[in-house]
Design a protein around this ligand. Structure first.
Ligand SMILES: Nc1ncnc2c1ncn2[C@@H]1O[C@H](COP(=O)(O)OP(=O)(O)OP(=O)(O)O)[C@@H](O)[C@H]1O
Ligand SMILES: [Mg+2]
Length: 266
């Protein structure tokens, strides 16, 4: 791929703590492992979880004298959309992917980054509470009662983009941190998500399961993909890497400059 516009992946859910930053870092590192050039913008100057993750990663690799694939990350601290656009333009120079991690709250820049995404990833936990971001479904029939302002915004953006003949937004709702939901609730969630996906126009993909290791990796900046640096790992981590591989595949991202024959995550 020549040096043109990078593919933008925005991680957004106005609900907090759904795993946006954790998933964003893992996707960024997985792409870097494939040989892609990846830049990342953290839109949360207060928490700056993604930025701190990459900072920790840089520190650990420097301390250990090792070299690991990573992304160039920066925090947006500007005050206008124009400033954000300028930063995205600059960070996007010479990279294949520009990843934007957004705060878990209603935020002007997060909404803008969502409408500018080529792939919009919305991590969601298996709970009806989390559905409210997208719309309300009837508790008995699972028919959609009302789409949220957010879903309407994406809908309007898509119409606008079609008129402007710009690339479509691929909206992927990622079911994250699954594992603790009992079967009946899971079925209900699946039906309700199916209804909502038709109305709001997103696809559903399986994300990362609930695993303690995701919480433990942050201080070192390691990811599950950093084989050989994580100490003794049990088989559950092999399953976790497989999950990561499936998630990446289901995002259907475009090919980039230096595709490796396979992504060796296991
Ligand atoms: N798959 C997972 N398994 C276990 N813990 C997880 C998983 N994903 C995220 N976490 C933990 O849950 C918390 C929230 O995750 P994270 O910061 O990625 O969410 P977020 O959506 O970015 O939050 P915010 O909305 O505050 O930005 C963190 O403590 C993180 O380590
Ligand atoms: Mg976050």
């Amino acid at each position: 791929m020549p040096d043109t516009t990078p593919h933008r992946i925005t991680f957004a859910n106005e609900k907090g703590g759904t795993g946006k930053s954790t998933t964003a870092v893992h996707v960024a590192v997985a792409l870097a492992y494939q040989g892609a050039r990846v830049a990342a913008i953290d839109l949360d100057p207060r928490q700056r979880t993604m930025d701190r993750y990459f900072e920790n990663r840089a520190e650990t690799t420097a301390n250990r004298g090792i070299d690991l694939p990573t992304a160039h990350c920066a925090v947006f601290r500007g005050e206008t959309i124009e400033e954000f656009d300028a930063m995205a333009e600059e960070m996007g120079q010479g990279v294949d992917f520009l990843i934007v991690d957004t705060p878990g709250r209603d935020d002007l820049f997060a909404r803008h980054a969502a409408t500018e995404a080529d792939t919009l990833v919305t991590p969601m936990n298996d709970s009806f509470v989390d559905f409210d971001l997208i719309g309300q479904v009837d508790s008995e029939t699972f028919k959609v009662r009302r789409l949220s302002f957010y879903a309407e915004l994406i809908w309007e953006t898509r119409k606008m983009r079609a008129i402007q003949q710009r690339k479509e937004i691929d909206w992927v709702v990622v079911r994250n941190r699954s594992g603790h939901t009992e079967a009946r609730n899971m079925q209900r969630i699946e039906r309700a998500l199916g209804e909502l996906s038709k109305r709001a126009g997103f696809r559903v993909a399986k994300g990362l399961s609930e695993r303690v290791i995701y919480r433990e990796l942050f201080p070192s900046g390691f990811t599950l993909l950093d084989k050989g640096h994580l100490g003794e790992l049990g088989t559950s981590h092999l399953v976790a890497r497989q999950e990561m591989r499936s998630l990446l595949a289901s995002l259907n991202l475009p090919a980039h400059s230096k595709p490796e024959p396979t992504l060796e995550l296991a």
